[in-house]
Design a protein. Structure first.
Length: 329
């Protein structure tokens, strides 16, 4: 039998979530079983799974056996310690500029991500939790809370759509400047290989969830268009599927993109001297209210060097005036 004192990092957390995190490898069904049986006590009294823990509470935890799966994983190498480029940091939160190709957390075949590496790099940190998520292939601004109070406040802002997020996306083809709103329902499903995928569906499809994306042309090229994209709903792969639905896949998208075009660009066959082997989707701007002061914070993350270099290599689309032929009498 062990007794654990609730610290600032766990203050306000539900008892079940506290135990699931504390007892890594123990099946959730067993966690709920020991709570229901009364073997878990909070301040010497029985408590329900949804009991909110307060600072200084004493939680009595019975001895439990971890699952075989967890034991098998115990031999895995721990996540390497790694810091990421810091855009903003104070005692409440961190904003990092996440590189493309790095998952935000472990799971689904990924051993570790940003949060596990950051925790290893900062062993003295009592609390570090992801506020929101970015796809592994997407780069840009990612918020991490350093206090539970900050986590809850920021996550509520994301739920209420009170944050402002703008992404830079380079798409194939010439995006029509008049197309500024995409209001198309999305449906999430598993492929035959068990991979999570999303598709656009008709509005009357019972399985679809309404999804809204705002699009603005930033710069037109002869073969591509650079867009500013803002999402009004936060669906899985929303930007990628919405832009594809309009006939303009994101450059380098290995799930929904033009695979031949991606391969040619990665090999340097599409643009002489230029190899580009990632998805061109970057969370460049994020605004939110500071969880403590209420001040509006607006953060910017410049395009990664490889994205900026690709834009430099593309030929701008001529303006209508410049494309007219002047006739001499």
């Amino acid at each position: 039998m062990s007794r654990v004192r609730v610290d600032e990092g766990s203050e306000g957390q539900r008892l079940d979530n506290f135990l699931i995190k504390l007892l890594k490898g123990v099946p959730k069904t067993h966690v709920y079983r020991v709570i229901r049986s009364g073997e878990v006590r909070v301040n010497k009294g029985r408590a329900a799974a949804d009991t909110r823990l307060a600072l200084g509470d004493e939680v009595r935890v019975p001895p439990v056996r971890t699952s075989e799966h967890a034991a098998d994983r115990s031999g895995e190498a721990p996540a390497p310690a790694r810091e990421f480029p810091i855009v903003f940091e104070d005692e409440h939160l961190i904003a990092v500029d996440k590189p493309a190709g790095v998952a935000v957390h472990g799971g689904s075949g990924v051993s570790f991500g940003v949060i596990e590496q950051l925790r290893r790099a900062r062993p003295e940190a009592r609390f570090l939790e992801l506020v929101h998520r970015l796809d592994k292939e997407t780069s840009g601004l990612l918020l991490i809370a350093k206090k539970r109070s900050a986590l809850l406040a920021l996550q509520e802002q994301f739920r209420q759509r009170e944050t402002g997020k703008t992404y830079s996306a380079l798409v194939l083809g010439q995006w029509p400047a008049s197309k500024k709103v995409i209001d198309v329902a999305l449906h999430k499903f598993l492929s035959a290989e068990g991979e999570r995928r999303v598709r656009a569906v008709d509005d009357d499809d019972a399985d679809g969830r309404r999804s809204i994306t705002l699009v603005k042309v930033v710069k037109a090229y002869t073969t591509h268009t650079l867009l500013d994209v803002t999402i009004k709903t936060g669906r899985t792969h929303q930007i990628r599927v919405h832009l594809l639905h309009e006939g303009h896949a994101i450059v380098g998208d290995d799930k929904y993109g033009d695979f031949d075009a991606n391969r040619a660009l990665a090999r340097g066959a599409a643009i002489p001297g230029m190899r580009f082997a990632r998805m061109f989707l970057h969370a460049r701007r994020l605004s939110f209210q500071h969880p403590a002061s209420g001040e509006v914070i607006e953060l910017q993350a410049p395009l990664p060097p490889e994205c900026a270099a690709l834009l430099q290599a593309l030929a701008p689309r001529p303006t209508p005036a410049a494309s007219k032929t002047t006739l001499t009498p």
